[in-house]
Design a protein around this ligand. Sequence first.
Ligand SMILES: *[C@@H]1O[C@H](CO)[C@@H](O)[C@H](O)[C@H]1NC(C)=O
Ligand SMILES: *[C@@H]1O[C@H](CO)[C@@H](O)[C@H](O)[C@H]1NC(C)=O
Ligand SMILES: *[C@@H]1O[C@H](CO)[C@@H](O)[C@H](O)[C@H]1NC(C)=O
Ligand SMILES: *[C@@H]1O[C@H](CO)[C@@H](O)[C@H](O)[C@H]1NC(C)=O
Length: 525
Amino acid sequence: MQTVCLFVMLLSFQWVTGENVLIWPSEGSHWINLKPVIEELIERGHNVTVAVHASTVYINYSEPSSIMFEVFDVPFTRDRYKEFFNDILHFWIYEKVILSYGDLYRRFTEMIRTGTELNRQICDGIIKNHKLLQRLKETKFKVLLTDPINPCGDLLAMKLGIPFIFTLRFSLGSSMERFCGQLPAPPSYVPVVMSELSDKMTFTERLQNIFYMQLYTLMNEWFWHNWDAYYSEALGKPTTFCETMGKAEIWLIRTYWDFEFPRPLLPNFVFVGGLHCHPAKPLAQELEEFVQSSGEHGVVIFSLGSLVKNLTAEKANMIAEALGEIPQKVLWSYAGEKPKMLASNTKLYKWLPQNDLLGHPKTRVFITHGGTNGIYEAIYHGVPMIGIPLFADQPDNMAHMKAKGAAVVLSFISLTKQDLINAVNTVINDTSYKENALKLSRIQHDQPMTPLERAVFWIEFVMRHGGAQHLRPEAHSLSWYQYHCLDVIAFLFICLAAIVFAFTKCCMFCCRKCRGTREKKNKVE
Ligand SMILES: *[C@@H]1O[C@H](CO)[C@@H](O)[C@H](O)[C@H]1NC(C)=O
Ligand SMILES: *[C@@H]1O[C@H](CO)[C@@H](O)[C@H](O)[C@H]1NC(C)=O
Ligand SMILES: *[C@@H]1O[C@H](CO)[C@@H](O)[C@H](O)[C@H]1NC(C)=O
Ligand SMILES: *[C@@H]1O[C@H](CO)[C@@H](O)[C@H](O)[C@H]1NC(C)=O
């Protein structure tokens, strides 16, 4: 019996080891979040190949690693690509709040146009490179994993004839999930991503939610529209960007119920938020000594993320002054010029072992820009937060944490010294923030399998079975009026109208008959 068990186990293990996985990656924090999944796949004996263009900013393909890189050329330089990212950051952080609507619209269209053009050149680099496509085809990949923030991953999978899986935090207003993935999102209690609303909405907030839903949908359709022709040409048949996305086997969403509000789900949507989190490792001696020197007050960790490393001198000095007035010691991840007002309780670091620091018992508060990677490390270790959101989904992420009572949110643009001091004192003095952060932490830790195991399970599931079509709802093949049963409602309405009509006619006929006989009777009398 035991040997049979062992044999079956060996067989099933053999079935999933040593497969080839193809990755179509994204830049920045998206890459940071994908890496643990890649490492786990390699750990389990799979061959992972990352197809990346030569001018990537955040993915260092010359670094020695067990990941195989398939590097292809693009007609722009790394500096050009970096400039594009900096331009987006500058727009989001500094320009968005000061530009008039007209200028905002112009800048936004300009950026969409540039982004689309760069993305098209990246897609061309692989989709129109027949030699490379042929080589990839010969490698017999079992699955492709991609982040839909960059187009073309799904298209590449279709060209190679292999199943694909999405990994994402969100799309603008959740419109990709709603339209291309058919994920239901009733606007009455599901706030769309980037609305900064919670699940408890007043009448005006529901109005706002529906407004955002429509606005973001329009923006996304405008963006998708650029790709419909490209996708149709590449696949040699009329199709749309959204239709191709809808063929995904699994959507791995990088959040979980410690972060999300309860909402309706589909079986092919799997929530894996926090997959990159792990227990804290001991700090280097110099760091440990500084942390210990804080005594009973503890330390504050301050980081505005992997993308924003410097601030204006004015802002940096204001923050430095505020930090100087709190009793805690502060570790600040900052690569800009040292602020003149920097106090003795604050130390600057070009890089911090953020996860290890958040897991340190002396850590009291995490001041963050509100990226999901950092938020999840704070949730994992039960550390309350002060959010200074800068761009993209960050304000929305912090709105979630605020609604769950684990964070105070400040505005980056109108931030004052006193705001920051008050926020630190509030989060530390009012113990409810810590308690709520611990509650979220317990939700994160108490799961049948870790988020990373869950993500890898579904990737291996798709490889084992050649897909997961049994989880894909039939909603994909319905038209909008069939989806809402408007045809059935119309039919029932016509039936009802016919019955009412027939009934009224009948009644009128009877009435006339009655009146007729009565009149006759009267005449006879
Ligand atoms: C994985 O990659 C290694 C090294 O390139 C190769 O020897 C091996 O055959 C590959 N495995 C599979 C299943 O293709
Ligand atoms: C990438 O890694 C290589 C090898 O470790 C290193 O020499 C190089 O400086 C790195 N490049 C960047 C941009 O970090
Ligand atoms: C941050 O540094 C970059 C160059 O590294 C520079 O272009 C940018 O202007 C700086 N931003 C601020 C706000 O100082
Ligand atoms: C909050 O804590 C700070 C020190 O951390 C202290 O100076 C301040 O008086 C406290 N405020 C309240 C209202 O307890």
